[in-house]
Design a protein around this ligand. Structure first.
Ligand SMILES: *Cc1c(COP(=O)(O)O)cnc(C)c1O
Length: 334
């Protein structure tokens, strides 16, 4: 059964939350891009502009997720991902802002130069380790154990209380809905690049409110779309439970495509390279190499395949990630 926006806001307000992001982020029309495509009217929700540390979706997500770390009395935020991980940068910045320590176990991958996100992670004072890729899992497990043995309370931002990242995008969906009304935008769909959390949060919000909104997810990593939908479903049930929502969810509610990833996570494809240049040159808007350029490649492919009529409106959720550009000059042809 659907609940009101006020009711949903009330349930969110009952949860611990930090104030980290500059909200609301803008909702802007991409007029030249839309005209160039002679297609649907494309609007962008600027979650690349959440403010702290060059922004991005994790800053919004951390308001709820890192609030749990604070509640638990954790003193070290740990993250482990690619060398150019946005989340590593955001983890290090939020730790600095909260007076916590940060430990980043990256990996010595193809983009491990001290540039972009990795440079910023250092600037925010994180302890950074870059083991060989095949040693990363062991290195982060050893680091967590060593921190605990030394009397610390580490919080791993990839796994601990991760459901609160989806909860944050329930809130993000309410913000977006209010803006759509204010600006007279009735979207036919929302496009985004998501591993799971952001996508799930949006779908849970629309389901809770009884709004029939198509959310089109583009995966940043190779995976099976059907398995991804099952994974999203499990996460959505968890998210609904946190908010006390009784929702009839099914795997079919999660539409996501791994077809635009290319060979691997973080690898620029001809299509994502074209999408990144097109948006930069039509709108002066930067996308990132690992997430938003792939989501835009997916959106462009769908528009060109005639999925959307020119009178329809699409929202592109810009989840951030632009600092990684500085480590991708070669991949982008320069
Ligand atoms: C982390 C990240 C995402 C995906 O976030 P999920 O929590 O998996 O939905 C998308 N875009 C950017 C730029 C990111 O850094």
């Amino acid at each position: 059964m659907a609940i009101s926006r006020e009711e949903l806001k009330g349930r969110l307000a009952a949860l611990p939350r930090l104030q980290l992001a500059s909200l609301p982020t803008p909702l802007e029309e991409l007029k030249r891009l839309s005209a160039h495509l002679a297609g649907p009217q494309i609007w962008v929700k600027r979650d690349d502009l959440t403010g702290l540390a060059f922004g991005g979706n994790k800053i919004r997500e951390f308001e709820y997720q890192i609030a749990q770390a604070v509640e638990q009395g954790c003193d070290v935020l740990v993250h482990s991902a690619a060398a150019q991980s946005n989340q590593s940068r955001q983890t290090a910045a939020v730790a600095a802002k909260l007076g916590l320590s940060a430990v980043v176990v990256g990996r010595d991958d193809a983009h491990a130069q001290t540039q972009g996100n990795l440079l910023l992670t250092h600037l925010f004072g994180a302890e950074v380790d870059l083991p060989a890729p095949e040693e990363q899992a062991q290195a982060v497990a050893a680091k967590m154990a060593a921190l605990t043995a030394a009397g610390h309370r580490p919080f791993h931002t990839s796994s601990d209380a991760r459901i609160f990242r989806s909860v944050a995008y329930v809130d993000g969906a309410l913000e977006l809905l209010a803006q759509c009304e204010e600006q007279g935008v009735a979207p036919a769909a929302i496009y985004l690049c998501s591993g799971a959390h952001t996508h799930v949060g949006l779908v849970v919000a629309f389901k809770a409110l009884g709004i029939d909104m198509r959310v089109v997810g583009i995966s940043p990593s190779p995976r099976d779309d059907r398995e991804a939908a099952e994974g999203h479903l499990a996460l959505a049930r968890e998210c609904a439970a946190v908010l006390g929502l009784d929702l009839a969810l099914q795997a079919e509610d999660f539409e996501s495509y791994a077809a635009f990833v290319g060979p691997d996570y973080g690898v620029v494809t001809p299509e994502s390279c074209e999408a990144l240049h097109l948006v930069a040159q039509q709108e002066g808007l930067l996308l990132d190499p690992s997430y938003t350029s792939k989501a835009m490649a997916g959106l462009l492919a769908h528009v060109r395949a005639g999925w959307w009529r020119p009178d329809q409106r699409l929202i592109f959720l810009h989840t951030g990630g632009t600092p990684a550009l500085f480590a991708y000059a070669k991949d982008l042809g320069y």
